[in-house]
Design a protein around this ligand. Sequence first.
Ligand code: SF4
Ligand code: SF4
Length: 379
Amino acid sequence: MRAASLERFDGLADRFLADIEPLKEAGALVVGIYCTYAPRELVSAAGALPVGLCGKKQAPIPAAEKTLPANLCPLIKSSYGYAITGTCPYFAAADLLVGETTCDGKKKMYEFLGAVKPMHIMHLPFATGAAQEAYWTQEMRRFKEFLESATGNRITEDGLREEIRVQNEVRRLLARVLKLSSGACSPLSGLDMMAVSEAKSYVADPRAYAAMLRDLAAELEAMARAGQSGVATGARRILLTGCPVGRGSEKVVRLLEESGAVVVAAENCSGVKSFDLLADESGDPLVALARRTLCIPCSVMTPNAGRLSLLDRLTEEYRPEGVVDLTWQCCHTYNVESPMVQGHMLGKHGLRTLHIETDYSEADTEQLRTRIEAFLELL
Ligand code: SF4
Ligand code: SF4
């Protein structure tokens, strides 16, 4: 049984363009963002509209490969492909872009992307610590100044603090929805959780999104109390980790759930990583944003102990029976971390990990299905 309020999230991405039209006509700028390190609070505090642009579909990749090497992560090629083919309505709607120097492929791709639309680059440090935090706070300030000059609006401390409060509320509510997967019978599937969480990239009004999340959480909590589940009884509980997934690149989540498993938590940027950490709602809001985002345990960080501690917490809370570590082809940072993750999950939690390296195409779907079915039988 699927919660009725989930349908409202299915259509959010399609409604986004219609929702922002009057705001655009009234002069609001749209800022395309590619990564979890991008502080959407600053965009909103400048009176602009953030929209997630991370490429998740195969279709524009051949066009991107005319410029970018074929042996590059599909997420980067898809993002660039959308930019040059004019096939992504969200990209078309964006007036400005913000990128961060995360992995090498992405930051070099941004050099090409900067020729397509006005682009601001934030230089991300690759470690946590006081010096890195001071530097990243300065990058927040530079982005603030860029937004103020582009929009003609001043970002006030109070305005920014209010946007932080709203985004924290969204994060708390996403965590409340996911928390329901920790029970013995989960009222929602991993695919549904992915759609709910991904929808935050396509909302013109985060307060309205928060209200929808509140309704969904209440409905799911009632379902859980009544023992109603959105997942087949006996489904194997899987913790997904690794690269981000979304509408169009959900192949592995779909195969897992078609094969009798349920993704109870996704330790990636489309899942828990995007809402696990809250920003401080008091003090200097730029420092609060810098501190929160710098602690995101992306594999571009070195060392990246935060990923293992997050996996520990999720394992304790969601009691997975196995781990699936998804790496997009040619994503060096997640690929290099994979043996570390496998060793950690087996040594500390006695859990086996299936490492899957794939791209967005359907070419290996049946082969993956066989590997996933064999893995689930082992658990
Ligand atoms: S995996 Fe890393 S680079 Fe990719 S969206 Fe997440 S934080 Fe950004
Ligand atoms: S999946 Fe890996 S290679 Fe691709 S953009 Fe993210 S960090 Fe970079």
